[in-house]
Design a protein around this ligand. Structure first.
Ligand code: ADP
Ligand code: MG
Length: 302
């Protein structure tokens, strides 16, 4: 690659909303065989909404749902996770006053653990909200009906969150996050360039597979703990050069590890800093721009 053609390519990228931090990224991008994608906020909009609440007892279901949502929202009130924001928004939309949060711990890749002041009386409730592993680690037993409800949500591509109150399962919340409008088309064109696609997500397998199926992703690696995404990238590197596209705090090490890290411009600061390429226009279309740019720059050289 001549410095001149790379400079021209980088300049053109900037005009098209694709920030390329170093000339070598353009060259590397023309040689990648695989692209790994984060799910939430990258392939999907990253703005989940509460889309269903299941409670164990039939009687007085509406008030059980209300109570469950109030405790869930109180438990999430100090978390900045996109799922937390969705739970808080659902409570807000129903005009709820949240009980007081006495203590809060986030469990990365799992959920949250909080002590919540009881509405009526002076008791304190121990609240867990998160995935199946979170409850299993705390020895909360899961009734078959709860598992069934969660599986049904997951089959629809929704993330199921389990709520336990004082060690007993109290509800399953369904969080729906729709794919970005351009995702399917972008992936089709990526495949057309002969590039394999992989989804790397902390979400559970069935929800991940449902979204991957809608988008035609070649391979799914689900339930990846926040610290393990970079290792997954390293593992995929055994089959050739890899680019990683992501937006979240979990993605920064994986973006740094990939041959080319591509950050969504809407992502959090550490992801944008870790990226070699930043898609400034907010959607995934910029990925195609970057791939086409790298190919045309390298064609001019060879
Ligand atoms: P992703 O890679 O999809 O962005 P994360 O690693 O952030 O996922 O989270 C993985 C899983 O852990 C989520 O799908 C969810 O089940 C659970 N989780 C993480 N944080 C929270 C939270 N604040 N509230 C509820 N669940 C959470
Ligand atoms: Mg994300």
């Amino acid at each position: 690659a001549t410095p001149m053609s790379i400079m021209v390519g980088t300049g053109r990228g900037a005009q098209l909303g694709v920030l390329v931090k170093g000339g070598e990224s353009l060259q590397a991008l023309s040689e990648i065989r695989t692209i790994a994608f984060d799910k939430t906020g990258t392939l999907t909009r990253g703005e989940p909404t509460v889309d269903g609440i299941w409670t164990p007892e039939q009687a007085d279901a509406a008030s059980q749902e209300e109570q469950a949502l109030a405790l869930a929202a109180a438990a999430e009130s100090q978390s900045e996770h996109p799922l937390a924001l969705a739970v808080l928004k659902a409570a807000e939309e129903r005009g709820m006053t949240l009980p007081q949060t006495k203590s809060f711990d986030s469990v990365p890749g799992r959920g949250v653990h909080a002590q919540i002041q009881d509405h009526d009386g002076d008791g304190v409730r121990d609240v867990l909200l998160g995935n199946r592993e979170l409850l299993q680690e705390q020895n909360v037993s899961l009734a078959p009906a709860a598992t069934e409800a969660a599986e049904q949500y997951a089959g629809q591509g929704k993330t199921a969150l389990y709520l336990a109150v004082d060690g007993t399962l109290a509800a399953v919340l369904a969080l729906a996050d729709t794919p970005r409008q351009e995702s399917a088309e972008v992936l089709k064109k990526v495949h057309g360039l002969g590039i394999r696609t992989v989804m790397l997500t902390g979400d559970a397998e069935p929800a991940a597979r449902a979204v991957a199926g809608q988008l035609g992703i070649d391979e799914v690696r689900a339930r990846i703990l926040p610290g393990d995404k970079a290792d997954a990238v390293a593992d995929l590197q055994r089959h050739g050069r890899i680019a990683m596209v992501g937006d979240g705090v979990n993605d920064a090490p994986a973006l740094a590890r990939a041959d080319v890290g591509i950050a969504m411009g809407s992502g959090i600061d550490s992801a944008v800093e870790a990226g070699d390429v930043v898609l400034l226009r907010g959607g995934l279309d910029g990925l195609l721009t970057a791939l086409e740019l790298s190919r045309s720059v390298m064609r001019n050289i060879r």
